[in-house]
Design a protein. Structure first.
Length: 334
């Protein structure tokens, strides 16, 4: 499932929570134009509450701690963020007072809290589009029609025994590095290091703090980073650093990435191969003196033959070259 499909499938659960901060009492105090008082009879009869305090908790609380952005509500089937596509959006508070909200609508923690405090309801045509941007101008959601068939029962389908299949995964590291976390500490599931494969994936935690991209544990984007959730570093393998066990793709870049990560993280794991056949052109670890270098193949619990095979492309006089006092090679077959 592509990231775009994940966002669209989950729209029914997210649209209410994102729209919650459309309450702009705070914004009205700051600029005087966000809310325009109107008579309750001015609200079209077909318009209904699309948001109430009962459904504002679809997004995690962490999302609202530092998020700032803009929201547009528009005609169904149109890009809500484009001029001329917006539709009237009204706010009704607990006393029955109705105001029309100017778009784009400010999204922030203050608006969210005020909406809850005032027991407000957001009113619009139930068939509408929605677009959300963060403060940097990046589009987080652009849903053409939040009322499309099947969207309303997403939460029920998710609760079914087979509902786990509806949870999307980011297909590759390349896509992960383009995906900005919705909030500090957000988690995503990476399907595979390379798109179309099934290895090198895992769970990642997002952050807006800078991090060095190491190719396996930490992946950096523009203004954000993702960190792999690792319960035991000894279980990391070259798959987590982009290796492909087809006997043709050069594994040297993954080996260098894992070795450099282990040195920087002070992990004695060094380089660990999974099972499979791996082609290695040449790995020169440099002239720096190493007290210890370790390279391990996959463990063999049953049988006598190694599960890891390393082949050379025959273009270099060496496969591994280093300046190390001690070297341990465990389980690979050359």
């Amino acid at each position: 499932m592509k990231r775009r499909e994940v966002l669209q499938t989950a729209a029914s659960a997210l649209v209410g929570a994102l729209s919650v901060s459309t309450f702009s009492s705070y914004a009205a105090k700051s600029n005087g134009i966000a809310l325009k008082p109107v008579d309750a009879t001015d609200v079209p009869k077909g318009d209904v509450p699309i948001l109430t305090p009962e459904n504002v908790y679809a997004m995690p609380p962490q999302f609202w701690q530092g998020f700032e952005g803009k929201l547009w509500i528009g005609k169904a089937g149109a890009d809500a963020s484009k001029p001329g596509n917006q539709i009237p959006v009204f706010l009704r508070d607990a006393s029955g007072k109705v105001s029309e909200i100017a778009q784009p609508i400010a999204l922030n923690k203050g608006n969210f809290a005020q909406f809850i405090q005032d027991n407000a309801a957001l009113i619009a045509n139930p068939s509408h589009s929605m677009a959300v941007e963060d403060s940097s101008g990046q589009t987080l959601f652009n849903i053409a029609d939040v009322s499309r068939p099947g969207a309303a029962d997403f939460s029920q389908r998710l609760a079914q025994p087979a509902g786990y299949q509806l949870i999307g995964e980011i297909p590759s590291v390349a896509e992960l590095r383009k995906t900005r976390p919705l909030f500090e500490g957000a988690k995503v599931k990476l399907k595979s290091w390379h798109e179309g494969r099934e290895v090198g994936g895992g769970e990642f935690v997002g952050s807006f703090q800078p991090a060095q991209n190491d190719g396996g544990v930490n992946f950096a984007g523009e203004g954000f980073s993702w960190r792999r959730v690792v319960d035991d570093f000894n279980r990391l393998t070259l798959f987590d650093f982009g290796a492909i066990a087809d006997g043709k793709t050069d594994t040297a870049p993954a080996i260098m990435a894992m070795f450099q990560w282990s040195q920087q993280a002070n992990q004695q794991i060094c380089v660990q191969f999974p099972a499979g056949t791996f082609m290695v052109s040449a790995c020169n670890l440099g002239d720096k003196y190493l007290n210890f270098f370790r390279m391990s193949g996959a463990m063999v619990n049953f049988g006598y033959f190694p599960a890891t095979t390393i082949v050379s492309d025959g273009k270099s006089e060496f496969v591994f070259e280093m300046n190390a006092r001690r070297v341990e090679l465990f389980q690979p077959e050359f």
